[in-house]
Design a protein around this ligand. Sequence first.
Ligand code: UD1
Ligand code: CA
Length: 454
Amino acid sequence: MSHRTCLAVVLAAGEGTRMKSTLPKVLHKIGGLEMVGHVMASASAAGADALALVVGNGSEQVRAAVAGLYRGKAEPDVFEQHERLGTAHAVLAAREAIARGYDDVLVIFGDHPLLVPAVLQQARERIAEGAAIAVLGFRPPVPTGYGRLIETDGRLVAIREEKDCSEEERRIGFCNSGIMAIAGEHALPLLEAVGNDNAKGEYYLTDIVAIANARGLPVVSVEADHESALGVNDRAQLAEAEAIWQGRKRREMMLSGVTLMAPETVFFSYDTQIGPDTVVEPNVWFGPGVRIAAGAEIRAFCHLEGATLAGGATVGPFARLRPGAEIMEKAKIGNFCEVKNARIEAGAKVPHLSYIGDASVGPGSNIGAGTITCNYDGFDKHRTEIGAGAFIGTNSSLVAPLKIGPGAYVASGSVVTEDVPEDALVFGRARQATYEKRGRALRERLAAAKRERR
Ligand code: UD1
Ligand code: CA
């Protein structure tokens, strides 16, 4: 089949009142990505060459978020719907984009984060076969609130909003997901014919079905899975969508070769990348921007965000990797450690209770328990650079800016404030003083004083 051009119009102007939020509804996140981001990604994956986003409520915020998502890439066209006069009116806000002329026009709601590209492609196929409109229908457990698909002899003759349904029509279980594909040549003439003579006094997109029928144009329905049709209106549905999304992502990870010991306790972001043969123990959270190569090990109770792990790296249990943490081949971050904006070179070890921030740790170095890079002086952040094969004794404070040369040895409990040359030994603390027998004498004196007080 020759390439058919496609425009996806994403509606995101609604009020989203039921979210009870100052954030526009479509900016609430699923798997760390705004719902509208998921929808636009699905549209692109279904072959849309162009995206038109219709904004209204909170439009400034939505525009800014979308610009952030598409930084450095071709941004979607954004159109403002100044008044919320209904879904057909909303689509017409993108008139200019539709008028450019596409073979297929997809209309998608911005609050359907679980929409899979395959169902959009199915709808597009029906248009390629000659339908003027292909509507994605679904069968929800309870159809209340949805528009009903009215079919006769395999033809979709109308979509009736629940408020406008007869008693009999209300018993139909096949409902409108809200998503449809329209043949580009018919899109504007059909949309422009929509009026607002209905229970809500709105311009209903769904009316184009009856209008197309009246014009003798073929209209069909495509049955979509329940998840693709799931629109998020409140925070309970947001959590439901998150759970479904996480379930999909876990499965995708496992099928690509990642071991998840307790998958239901591991949470991913939309962009989490993990190589095969990596083992993830229970209770791990992956925030955005995590990339892990093959054969790494993430032990229980870790929190990772913006971190990169090379092959064979080990992290946790109970570790926190913050943005800019780079853990190289076979390096090890142990329990109760935090790493931020720091590169831990191959084979280096940070096994216990450390904070390594704004730093580099050379290959094969060993950072003793309780070591802290003091990177912040209350005003600025400073770097700590530790050379290859260095040994930092336990409970050392490394006061940045600081360079510790390769092979250096820092005695435990040091407060290191000056650069340390290669292979040097540092005692950065007061020397221990020991006095024979004076411990016992001190205790006896204290006991006597206490007796006297009584
Ligand atoms: C719509 C459908 C209904 C379907 C249901 C599925 C129509 C008339 N009805 O009903 O058949 O079963 O979705 O969830 O299309 N929007 C705008 N501008 C507007 C109005 C709406 O951008 O002026 C956007 C909203 O942000 C939302 C979407 O369009 O993303 C749907 O609008 P909404 O009012 O929620 O439609 P429903 O009544 O749910
Ligand atoms: Ca809705």
